[in-house]
Design a protein around this ligand. Structure first.
Ligand code: ADP
Ligand code: MG
Length: 392
C-alpha cells in the first residue's frame, strides 16, 4: 500500500498511523493519563526541549501554550511517537512507551492542516482507517454515522472536503480522530486556519465534546485566549522549558515569572522598572507605588524590581475610589479603543505606553490629560534579575 504525503509537517500518513484500536466498536470510553519525566529533545546540536516533567490526568484537558518555536509541536510529536525522545521517560496509561510505535500508543492526532483525503467523501475519510484494517462495511458505516451525528456532520457524509467550509473540514478531522476511539487526543493548533468567529465556535464545540467523551486531550496553541478558555491545566512553555503549570485563573492571578505575566492576559500586563525604597514602597522613575508589606517578599532597599500592572488595575481617577495603596499620576491619552462596554486607554507616561481598561467609559478624546491610580494591592512584582515573582 502506498503511503500518502500531506501537510506542512510532511508526515508520512501510512496505514499504520490510522489503525484503530482493537475494541473500536465497544462504547466504553478509553481514557488514560500521560506522564513525562525529564523529557529532552536534541536536534543535532540544538536542544529544543530542555527537561520537561508533567502529569496529565485521566480525562483532563491540558493545553501547551507558548510563542512560536518554543517547542510545542516537538512535545506533541514525541508524545504521538512521530519524533524520537532523546532522553527521559514517557508513559501512557502507566506504561513506558518511548520505544512503542505510534500506532500502538492509543493516541489520535488532529493537525492544523486538517489532512483530509481530498478525493474521498466525508464518510470515506471517517472510515478509511477502519477499512484498511479490514473492518466490515456495515460496521464502518455505523461507526462513521455515529461520529458524524455527534459532530453535526450527518448531512454531509457524501460530500468531498472541497464542498465543506473550513469549520466542517476541521470537524471531519476531529471525527477521524474519534472513530479510532483513542485513549488520548492530541491537537496541534487545530483552529489556526479558521476565521475568528468560527474559531470561537469550534473552540466551544471541542470543549463540549471533551466533556461528553470524558477524553484526555493535549492541545497545543500559541493563542493564550484559546488556552485560557479550553484548559483545565495550562502548561506555559518558553524556549524548551516549562515556565509554569496551573489552572487558567492561577496563571492569571499568580504568574510565577515576568514571562507568564506578560504572556497570559489580553491586553498584556503593563511593566514598569523600579527600585525598592527604604520604607518598602516601589519607586518607578519618581512614581511611588506603595504596596502591602504582607503580600510580597520584598528585596532590600535599592534592589531592582519590575512592577506588573494589569490594565484593569490602572483606574481613571475621576471614575474610581482612591484605593488604600495607591500611586497617582497624570498622563495624556495617545489612543482610545472603544469596545462598547469598556474602553482601552493607551496612556503616554514618560514616553512609555501604559494601557488602562475602563468600564462604562465616559466620552474621552485623544490628547486629553487625565489622572490615574495604580492599585498597589493588585500589582505584581518580579525580581529585576531572576524575573521571578516576589508574591508571597
Ligand atoms: N526536525 C527538526 N530539526 C531541527 N530542528 C527542529 C526540528 N523541528 C523543530 N526544530 C526546532 O525546535 C524548536 C521547537 O520547534 P517547534 O516544536 O516546532 O515549536 P512550536 O511548535 O512551539 O512553534 C525550534 O527551534 C525549531 O526550529
Ligand atoms: Mg508548532
Amino acid at each position: 500500500m502506498t503511503a500518502i504525503r500531506f501537510g506542512p509537517t510532511g508526515i508520512r500518513f501510512s496505514p499504520k498511523h490510522v489503525s484503530p484500536s482493537p475494541d473500536i466498536k465497544k462504547g466504553a470510553p478509553h481514557v488514560a493519563s500521560v506522564t513525562l519525566r525529564n523529557i529532552i529533545k536534541v536536534f543535532g546540536e540544538h536542544v529544543a526541549i530542555k527537561g520537561i516533567d508533567l502529569d496529565v490526568d485521566d480525562g483532563s484537558f491540558v493545553v501547551f501554550v507558548g510563542p512560536s518555536g518554543c517547542g510545542k509541536s516537538t512535545m506533541l510529536r514525541m508524545i504521538a511517537g512521530l519524533e524520537t525522545i532523546s532522553y527521559g521517560e514517557l508513559t501512557i496509561d502507566g506504561k513506558l512507551v518511548n520505544e512503542l510505535p505510534s500506532r500502538d500508543r492509543g493516541i489520535s492526532m488532529v493537525f492544523q492542516s486538517y489532512a483530509l483525503f481530498p478525493h474521498m467523501s466525508v464518510k470515506e475519510n471517517l472510515g478509511f482507517g477502519m477499512k484498511i484494517n479490514g473492518v466490515a462495511k456495515p460496521e464502518i458505516d455505523e461507526r462513521a454515522r455515529q461520529v458524524a451525528d455527534m459532530l453535526g456532520l450527518g448531512p454531509y457524509l457524501d460530500r468531498r472536503p472541497s464542498q465543506l467550509s473550513g469549520g466542517q473540514r476541521q470537524r471531519v478531522a476531529i471525527g477521524r480522530a474519534m472513530v479510532r476511539d483513542p485513549k488520548v487526543f492530541l491537537f496541534d493548533e487545530p483552529l489556526s486556519n479558521l476565521d475568528a468567529k468560527l474559531r470561537n465556535q469550534t473552540r466551544i464545540e471541542i470543549k463540549k465534546l471533551q466533556q461528553k467523551l470524558g477524553a484526555t486531550i493535549i492541545f497545543v496553541t500559541h493563542d493564550q485566549v484559546e488556552a485560557m478558555t479550553l484548559a483545565d491545566k495550562i502548561v506555559v512553555l518558553n524556549n524548551g522549558k516549562i515556565e509554569q503549570v496551573g489552572s487558567p485563573m492561577e496563571l492569571y492571578e499568580r504568574p510565577e515569572t515576568r514571562f507568564v505575566g506578560g504572556f497570559i492576559g489580553e491586553p498584556s500586563m503593563n511593566f514598569l522598572e523600579g527600585t525598592v525604597t527604604r520604607d518598602g514602597a516601589i519607586d518607578c522613575d519618581g512614581m511611588r507605588i506603595p504596596v502591602p508589606s504582607d503580600r510580597f517578599d520584598l528585596p532590600k532597599h535599592g534592589a531592582a524590581v519590575t512592577v506588573g500592572v494589569r490594565s484593569e488595575d490602572i483606574l481613571l481617577a475621576d471614575q474610581s475610589q482612591k484605593p488604600e495603596f495607591a500611586a497617582e499620576f497624570e498622563a495624556p491619552l495617545d489612543f482610545v479603543e472603544m469596545l462598547g462596554n469598556e474602553s482601552l486607554l493607551f496612556l503616554n507616561y514618560q514616553d512609555r505606553v501604559l494601557v488602562s481598561r475602563v468600564q462604562r467609559p465616559r466620552p474621552m478624546e485623544v490628547g486629553e490629560t487625565d489622572r490615574f491610580f495604580i492599585d498597589g494591592s493588585r500589582i505584581h512584582l518580579f525580581d529585576g534579575e531572576t524575573e521571578r515573582s516576589l508574591l508571597r
